[in-house]
Design a protein around this ligand. Structure first.
Ligand code: KIV
Ligand code: ZN
Length: 560
């Protein structure tokens, strides 16, 4: 049975939420995710109720293609708590306007219950002249040809005129006309460089409705970047002008300053429902949990004052505000914390809590773990409960989200001892279990205990890592709180060839660790980043050994 696509697929007051966390979001420097992590995030997005998951850019590399294929075949098809899953989300893959990219995108999503190909070509004068060296006529011809090719493979095709915000409106209408004639079902209008203002962007969308014949048979979508901090405002202006799909990323991550934040767009539509008169399918009570998952997995921490999902988003500090809140919470609160899943249960579990209570609480919090995952998480819970008296929901989130990279190929922390203080140099002795299963030890001095630990790990693993960023924060209050550490490192990239202008190619990797002892958390965070670097170098070596010398779009530095 083929499901309706384009404008016929939903009522006119329904706004589709198109999530690009795994594509544009993953383009944030250092945010690269493993295939398992992408699948985990995609499952969380499916449970959250987004309409479209942009799963990746399959032409970028064989790994990206594989990750998109896994998401397409596995997400939205699994039963939830024994019940059949709700309607599966559309799984979409990005492609430049070339047959090779479009064919790769189709290989990525063809296994999905509801596949979509998303192809794009830049239309603004600056991109036409300097990036593409194409005339207006050539751009239109390529759009026709490639949208038609995509439609020959898939009945749901989205087209984006990249940098639409800086494209001459009359030319934009002609390009969109060509895309509709070739069979595009969604027309996405990107403000690629975050240049427009809400008035301008709203007028751009209104102009499209007024001047492009046949536009009513398609869904008009908006995709706004946040370079001037206007991505959410511009997206909402687009919706007011008639757009019925909004492209967003969890926590607003994405290229440069990022994309419009999913949680902000969704809560603006929900909180100001009467103003917008529109609805969407997102279960808002899962917003904080999904934000937390994405932040942990990408290593991109959320600022405390971030709207909706920041740690302070519902905190009231001043006496006047607290007084008002006690009298009536509507004095200073336009949404309830529980609406976005931000309410914290006081003391939930402790040392004597059993596996059943633990799994019930996780289920109440929306986590669905397999029996093996539950076993591992419960073991971590018990280890934590031995050291920490009261375990809060925030601790449970860390226990579930924290990465335990037990794969055979990775380095695992076996033992650690540090000596530090004001007398003498900080010293660390580190023992790791290597990919070969053997134990390896090393002792180092450093400028502080963390530096000494990282140096010892470098000496053992011999990974060519350069530390870029180190952050530490407490998960809950109190002296026995879990410390959460984020680490970002840089290492050589695939091919490693030197570009005379840019220098050697590099990639950044992030790692995350949590423990009541922040030195242990730091060691685990650093190791998880090093393990990613090592496995990326191993994958490169495998590609070379297999004689797969083809250069991927990512090798060519294909920015999208
Ligand atoms: O910002 C942009 O223009 C994009 C397109 C590929 C949609 O991400
Ligand atoms: Zn973008």
């Amino acid at each position: 049975m083929s499901l309706p696509v384009g404008a016929a697929a939903a009522p006119p007051d329904y706004v589709r939420i198109f999530d690009t966390t795994l594509r544009d979001g993953e383009q944030s420097p250092g945010a690269s995710l493993t295939s398992d992590e992408k699948l985990e995030v995609a499952r969380a997005l499916s449970r959250l109720g987004v309409d479209v998951i942009e799963a990746g850019f399959p032409a970028a590399s064989p790994d990206d293609l594989l990750a998109v294929q896994r998401i397409a075949t596995l997400v939205g098809k699994e039963p939830i708590e024994g019940r059949p899953s709700p309607e599966a989300p559309i799984v979409c893959a990005l492609a430049r306007a070339t047959t090779g990219d479009i064919d790769a995108a189709w290989r990525g999503v063809s296994g999905a219950r509801r596949p979509r190909i998303h192809t794009f070509l830049a239309t603004s004068p600056i991109h036409r002249e300097h990036k593409l060296s194409m005339s207006r006529e050539q751009v239109k011809a390529r759009v026709s040809e490639m949208v038609r090719h995509a439609r020959s493979l898939c009945e749901d095709v989205e087209f984006s005129p990249e940098d639409a915000g800086r494209t001459e409106p009359e030319f934009l209408y002609e390009v969109l006309d060509a895309a509709i004639a070739a069979g595009a079902t969604t027309l996405n209008i990107p403000d690629t460089v975050g240049y427009t203002t809400p008035d301008e962007f709203g007028a751009l969308i209104a102009g499209i409705f007024a001047h492009v014949p046949g536009v009513e048979r398609t869904i008009v979508s908006v995709h706004c970047h946040d370079d001037l901090g206007l991505a959410v405002a511009n997206s909402l202006a687009g919706v007011r002008a008639g757009a019925r799909q909004v492209e967003v990323a969890v926590n607003g991550i994405g290229e440069r300053a990022g994309n419009a934040a999913l949680e902000e767009v969704v809560m603006a539509l929900a909180t100001r429902r009467r103003f917008f008169g529109l609805r969407n399918g997102v279960d808002t009570t899962q917003l904080v949990r999904v934000s937390r998952l994405v932040s942990t997995r990408t290593g991109l921490f959320v600022q405390p004052n971030k709207a909706i999902v920041g740690a302070n988003a519902f905190a009231h500090e001043s006496g006047i505000h607290q007084d008002g809140m006690l009298k009536n919470n509507e004095t200073y609160e336009i949404m309830r914390p529980e609406t976005v899943g931000a309410a914290r249960t006081e003391l939930v579990l402790g040392k004597h809590s059993g596996r059943h209570a633990f799994s019930v609480r996780l289920r109440e919090m929306g986590y669905e773990l397999s029996p093996a995952e539950l076993d591992q998480a419960f073991a971590r819970f018990k280890a934590l409960a031995d050291r920490k008296k009261a375990i809060f929901d925030a601790d449970l989130e860390v226990i579930v989200n924290v990465e335990h990279d037990d794969k055979a190929a990775s380095w695992v922390l076996d033992a650690l001892q540090v000596a530090c203080g004001t007398i003498g140099l900080s010293t660390a002795t580190v023992r790791l279990r290597g990919p070969d299963g053997a134990q390896h030890s090393h002792a180092c001095i450093g400028t502080g205990p963390v530096d000494a630990v990282f140096r010892a790990i470098d000496a053992i693993t011999q990974a060519p890592a350069e530390l870029l960023e180190y952050t530490v924060q407490a998960v809950t209050e109190g002296i026995d709180a879990l410390g959460e550490v984020g680490v970002r490192i840089r290492g050589p990239a695939r091919g490693g060839a030197v570009n005379p202008q840019l220098g050697p190619r590099t990639r950044t990797f992030q790692g995350h660790g949590a423990d009541t002892d922040i030195i242990v958390a730091s060691a685990n965070a650093y190791l998880s980043a090093v393990n990613r670097l090592v496995s990326s170098l191993d994958a490169e070596a495998r590609t070379v050994a297999n004689g797969d010398g083809t250069r991927s779009a990512r090798d060519e530095g294909a920015g999208v």
